[in-house]
Write a protein that binds this ligand. Sequence first.
Ligand code: BTN
Length: 267
Amino acid sequence: MNYTDTALTDIPLIREVIFYEETDSTNARAKDLIRAGAEGGTLVAADMQTAGRGRLGRSFSSPSGEGIYMSLILKPELSPDRFSMLTILAAMAIARAFEALYDLKADIKWPNDILVNNKKTVGILTEGVLPDHVIIGIGINVNNREFPDSLVNAGSLLLETGQPQDRGTLLYTVLSGFSELYARFLSSQDLSFITEEYNRRLIHMDKEIFVIPFDRTMDSADPYALSTEGLSPVLCRGIEKSGALMVEDTAGHISFLNSGEVSVRFL
Ligand code: BTN
């Protein structure tokens, strides 16, 4: 079903929408489109993905008719070392949409997951295609009733609100919100205008978390099942204006985590 039939090109950021009933991964399609000369503002969406991809090489379950699977191609006036800040903007737009449409509290797990009632409901995969393009890939579990056994912590809007939700309305609301945040971000070039709200939405704000080094993040297909053995907890102090996560150790020493290097797990 084509859930992109809402007036998406009315949104300032969206120039063109390409919809697939079925594809391997909308991020992969977006990469091909960039190589073929696609402009910023092209949105690729699918009803199902046969090889949906997550962060750190994981897969993203993408059954037909249930979720939103989309990739937005952007060509921002932004140096590539700032591309990961776009994940923060996307998470914020989605959290706001959940609240506005369903009155749901959406908690952000830095950097790229959104949880509702502690269940992962959204994943974001931002990929730079150098030198100047970036793809924001977003997967939202909307009307899923069940998940593969390997996903210990997945949830959907249907399961959390108790009723099926309209994918078109949600897609439109997320993209309009993102478009506004993006315009503001391009003029400020940092995240200072949303850090306070973002940190309020952070599920692990001021709580103890474990910082799991990159080499250990491959130990499990599900990051929520990673072992924290041998690691000491640190306190999460929220993001700063670059999107880096500030953590405080027991001696009160603050360090800054970049999303490409670590995963975090809260207690
Ligand atoms: C994660 O949970 O680690 C990120 C998941 C991102 C999934 C989306 S679905 C649309 C886009 N296409 C993909 O193959 N992945 C992203």
